[in-house]
Ligand binder design. Structure first.
Ligand SMILES: [Zn+2]
Length: 339
């Protein structure tokens, strides 16, 4: 019996050492310790052992069982540790691999240009004010000296909600809304979306953006207008920039002018970018028409002021040298992320 138990123990240990994985190890456990296992068979044969020898044999069986169980546990732990190590090696994270990019989009050239324009005027003490895109005909035309049947109304053909309400053709109505509030002096810019019933092409869109500017105070002259816009142009296009005022006509300003800046590509010598002119038109401006002041309840004998309007897209196209306005509306981030 003693021999037999010793043999079982040695064979079991050898089988465990030969086991390649947890499944094989379990087979060994079943073969020796299971219900039909070899050690169980020995226990069942105890009835044939002399009663006086039973305690000694029983102890021997227990010792064998303990030895096999201990070896089982030890082998199992070893196998599990190896498996874990193998998995860690296989699943190792290579921190030097390029990360997957999180696509969050990109600021639009219009937004970048608007931030820049706002920064310049806020720096000069201006407020940024917004007004409605759906506007009364009165604010969009009449209060700006563009009465019914005025030819300027045809040039600014827009989308009518009804006879009295339109999608605004310019940001100028915000001027009227602010002047009507009667708080003076005024120093404001009004950026926003405007509408015209234009066909889409490289330089036109039925919806685009303007930035309106208005200053009303005592003793404001054309010199203030020139100084302000010159400073604006220098900050936007560079300190070398020169400005030129060409007489023009707008119904709501008198006198009125269009403003050109020296081409920031060639410095005014003439190049492909400025079509050989050396100058680039950037905005329209003028002294607020006395009639416009009166209509909004401001006494033109006491107060004067100037106004200007800049096309935001025009600034963005010039600043970033984009040659087709339609690119600004496609929201293709391969395009947008270049700026
Ligand atoms: Zn040029």
């Amino acid at each position: 019996m003693e021999e037999k138990l010793k043999k079982i123990r040695e064979e079991a240990i050898a089988a465990m050492e030969a086991a390649e994985d947890l499944a094989q190890l379990n087979d060994v456990r079943v073969a020796y310790l299971g219900k039909k296992g070899e050690l169980t068979a020995v226990l069942k044969g105890m009835k044939d052992v002399e009663p006086k020898d039973r305690p000694a044999v029983g102890q021997l069986v227990n010792e064998t069982r303990t030895a096999i169980e201990e070896k089982l546990e030890e082998t199992k732990k070893g196998m599990e540790a190896k498996a874990l190590e193998k998995r860690l090696k296989e699943e190792v994270i290579d921190v030097t691999l390029p990360a997957r990019k999180n696509r969050v989009g990109h600021a639009h050239p219009n937004s970048i240009a608007l931030d820049e324009v706002e920064r310049i005027f806020v720096g000069m003490g201006y407020e940024v004010i917004e007004g409605p895109e759906v506007e009364y005909d009165y604010y969009n035309f009449e209060a700006l000296n563009i009465p019914e049947n005025h030819p300027a109304k045809d040039e600014q053909d827009t989308f009518y909600i009804n006879q009295n309400i339109v999608l605004r053709t310019q940001t100028s109505p915000v001027q009227v809304r602010v002047m009507e509030q009667g708080k003076l002096p005024i120093r404001m810019i009004a950026p926003g979306r405007v509408f015209r019933s234009d066909e889409v092409d490289a330089t036109h869109s039925p919806s685009f953006h303007q930035i309106e500017g208005l200053v009303i105070d005592k003793n404001i002259t054309f010199a203030d207008l020139k100084g302000t816009l010159e400073e604006f142009a220098k900050q936007l296009f560079g300190a070398e920039t020169k400005v030129k005022f060409r007489p023009h006509h707008f119904p709501f300003t008198e006198p009125s002018a269009e403003v050109d800046v020296t081409c920031f590509k060639c410095g005014g010598k003439g190049c492909r970018f400025c079509k050989g002119e050396g100058w680039i038109e950037i905005l329209g401006c003028g002294m607020v028409h006395p009639h416009v002041l009166e209509m909004s309840g401001i006494d033109p004998k006491e107060y004067t002021g100037f106004a200007f309007g800049v096309g935001l897209e025009r600034i963005a196209l010039l600043k970033y040298e984009i040659d087709d306005m339609r690119l600004l509306y496609e929201n293709d981030d391969r395009f947008l992320k270049q700026f």
